[in-house]
Ligand binder design. Sequence first.
Ligand code: PGA
Length: 255
Amino acid sequence: MTPIIAGNWKMNLSKAEAVALANRIHEHINSRNAQSLPRVVLCVPALYLSDVHAILKNSSVEVFAQHLHFQPAGAFTGEWSAEMLVSVGAQGSLIAHSERRQYHTETDEQAAARIAACLRAGITPLYCCGELKEERLSGRHREVVEEQLTVALFGLEASDARKLIIAYEPVWAIGTGLTATAEQAGEIHSHIRFWLSRRFDEQTANAVPILYGGSMKPVNAPELLSTPNVNGGLIGGASLHADDFIALIEAASRQ
Ligand code: PGA
């Protein structure tokens, strides 16, 4: 499976900074032999989607949103739909990132509706799951992730499940500098793969990329990315610095 390096810019960068970063990534991608490149995804603030899309539209880089409403249109002030995202060039969206769960009380029931909205509009749902620190300490991490997947993927057909990207992001590792060890990531990633094979079938389980997220950086990426069942990374902090993000693209190219 082609590895994926996905940057999550979160609520960072001015428009000029976003444009400069997208241009640096574009230059790098265009200077490289396309065959050895990972899939590169940028989850950008919705305000900059059109601009970033305009810069990257002739490259292999995919531009995603970080959030969407599940209805196609309506009286939902401040929101945007999957169809609106398509109209500004988005090819996917993050769903249920832990910061959306924490600060916007998003649930897995809502994640299921957002996944359906992405599929309706023909864009890629990048669904995030992962346990809290207490859940890891009490050894409940596998159970927690299973519960999240069970609700968020409820009712999904195998043919649609194959369009998903899943990111496992232990909440205790996000933006904290703490990283899951390769062993911890490998264990839960293989568990997610196993869960997918039971819920759908083996072929579907093997088709879904499972990314690791949580303080991935150039220094720890080679080990994490070479761990079985880790198909790439969802990167916050390090995706804001062109040199670091390019180093991560290169680390994934060597896999
Ligand atoms: P981080 O963020 O790389 O800064 O830990 C990851 C994420 O939240 O997706």
